[in-house]
Design a protein around this ligand. Structure first.
Ligand SMILES: [Zn+2]
Length: 127
């Protein structure tokens, strides 16, 4: 399991906040994606059925083990544009996003560079 997958699994249950809501899996090009009520704009809906409608998606990327967040309803600034998983997580759950970043940083998969055979380890000197 990749770090992104691990964090995805952590936030999936939080998309179903009431008993009538649920997260559905969705197969896209043989990969697993998810649909769920939009965490950003469901509160603007007037009816329960509209709230519970699974209008938001995490669509899988081929070969990159990542997902793109997309909301069909686009009622808020947060969900008006599609977002990368990390960008989505940063807005959806900032504290979890910090952990995600740290974990990625420590494993050398920030996406900004390549894994090196000899990773730089910065340690603070103990007094
Ligand atoms: Zn939305």
């Amino acid at each position: 399991m990749t770090i992104t997958e691990k964090y995805l699994q952590m936030i999936l249950p939080t998309f179903a906040v009431t008993g009538d809501q649920r997260v559905d899996t969705k197969t896209v090009n043989g990969l697993i994606g998810y649909s769920f009520p939009c965490p950003f704009c469901q509160f603007l809906c007037e009816t329960e059925s509209a709230k519970n409608k699974r209008v938001a998606y995490l669509l899988p990327h081929k070969e990159s083990f990542s997902w793109t967040f997309y909301c069909h309803r686009k009622k808020t600034l947060q969900c008006q544009t599609s977002r990368s998983f990390s960008n989505f997580l940063a807005i959806y759950n900032p504290s979890l996003f910090k952990k995600y970043q740290m974990e990625k940083y420590h494993s050398g998969t920030t996406g900004k560079g390549h894994n090196t055979a000899d990773p730089k380890v910065v340690k603070k000197a103990k007094k």
